[in-house]
Design a protein around this ligand. Structure first.
Ligand code: FAD
Length: 378
């Protein structure tokens, strides 16, 4: 199937994976109808940190896809109003053991690709005068970046809507999919039909419903997280901040001497916590997070994890951190196989794409690019 004979694409899902599919399909010259069940998307893509986090990616294909995505983010971020900024990260060592593991990280074979450097406390303070805690130093990553989750999807749609070949269809909940000789089709509960030659279904963690048969036995799980936001502060931080607990969870660091780290505090270990902290454009910090892998997830938001995060923030900032004024939770879909994410062809020209996990925002443009490249081969 050559691109000249196939022009129409349907994208299901208004989260970042679906929206990046729409962006790259429009750039590739297709017409796109973009479907979303809600009035505006409410799921993981608007509940996250907005981090484009290359530093934690596992060496090999996962790092490669993250680096490719990082390039695409820079290109798209220059065209669309999404708050993209090359905001580097600092992972802070609060003690010698953490600093020693970061020294190992700075010497990893691919440390240069990640643009890692090990910094002393004085070097960090020179970069970030508002970090006044009694930490030992940290790991700088110059490949990391950030976008504003509250601007992201709207900003990309605004960019897309400049094209006469893009149509946004909110409030359309797909309840059925079929393929026939005329193409790929989805239907809502009223029987309304939307059709295209090609289709990308990007449903996030909606593993059930009309896709149940395609997700049967799929290596996917849902992960539940708790998050918070502080009041705005006038103390700017130009870097995203992580604590050393993040190294326990990011696969980049799995072969380092993590066993030399002191055990996590009980609340952090129970909730599989790390501190990630990103300053938003309004001066507030998005902070988190916890991880729960066992369904059914609790509907309650717990206070203790936020108290822990506040203590870690205080230790890094060296001053009382701004109050947590908002809390929310979120669920993402995560591949449990060695595949970086889940991709399944369900009919000629129709594909389901999800499972990017905790790096789904980071790698989303590269996930979409892989779909467009596949379509080019049809
Ligand atoms: C709290 C939290 C923090 C995170 N932090 C980061 C981070 O900083 N960096 C990072 O890289 N990743 C992060 N992630 C992961 C990232 O947010 C997700 O991997 C990513 O947003 C998934 O995007 P998605 O488009 O696949 O799914 P979603 O954002 O869930 O979007 C799926 C969309 O499909 C729609 N949909 C589903 N079913 C239908 C249907 N039947 N008909 C029509 N529409 C349908 C839904 O309404 C939804 O809008 C975080 C996730 C969470 C929850």
């Amino acid at each position: 199937m050559s691109q000249s004979s196939v022009k129409s694409v349907v994208v299901v899902g208004g989260g970042i994976v679906g929206t990046m599919h729409a962006v790259l399909a429009i750039k590739a010259g297709f017409t796109v109808v973009h479907i979303e069940r809600d009035q505006v998307p409410q799921s993981a893509s608007v509940r996250n940190f907005g981090l484009i986090w290359v530093s934690g990616r596992q060496s090999g294909p996962e790092l490669e896809i993250a680096l490719r995505a990082r390039q695409l983010w820079a290109e798209i971020g220059a065209e669309a109003n999404i708050g993209f900024r090359a905001q580097h990260s600092l992972t802070i060592a609060l003690n010698e053991a953490e600093f020693d593991v970061m020294a190992e990280a700075a010497n990893m074979a691919d440390a240069e690709q990640r643009e890692f450097s090990l910094l002393t406390q004085a070097e960090i303070v020179a970069l970030e005068p508002n970090l006044q805690g009694s930490f030992k130093g940290g790991l700088l990553c110059k490949q990391d970046a950030a976008v504003e989750p509250v601007m992201l999807l709207g900003g990309l749609r605004e960019y897309l809507q400049k094209s006469p070949h893009y149509t946004w269809e909110p409030n359309f909940e797909v309840v059925d999919f079929f393929n026939d000789e005329t193409g790929n089709h989805v239907v809502d509960i009223t029987g309304r039909l939307i059709s295209g030659d090609l289709m990308a279904i990007c449903p996030g963690a909606a593993h059930k419903g009309f896709l149940s048969e395609f997700f049967e036995g799929a290596p996917l799980r849902k992960v539940h997280l708790q998050m918070g936001a502080t009041a705005p502060t006038t103390r700017p931080l130009r870097h995203s901040i992580a604590d050393a607990d993040s190294m326990r969870y990011y696969p980049a660091f799995k072969d380092l001497s993590l066993h030399k780290l002191a055990p996590q505090p009980e609340v952090a270990a129970m909730n599989k916590m790390q501190l990630l902290m990103v300053q938003r454009l309004d001066g507030s910090f998005t902070i988190g997070d916890t991880h729960d892998y066992i369904e059914p997830f609790s509907h309650e938001i717990q206070e203790e994890p936020y108290e822990h995060l506040t203590r870690v923030m205080d230790a890094i900032l060296g001053t009382p951190s701004p109050a947590v004024v908002r809390r929310w939770d979120g669920v993402y879909s995560q591949s449990t196989s060695s595949d970086i994410y889940f991709r399944k062809s369900i009919a000629p020209g129709a594909v389901v794409v999800t499972g990017g996990g905790g790096r789904g925002n980071t790698i989303s443009p590269a996930m979409a690019e892989e779909t467009i490249l596949e379509w080019a081969k049809l």
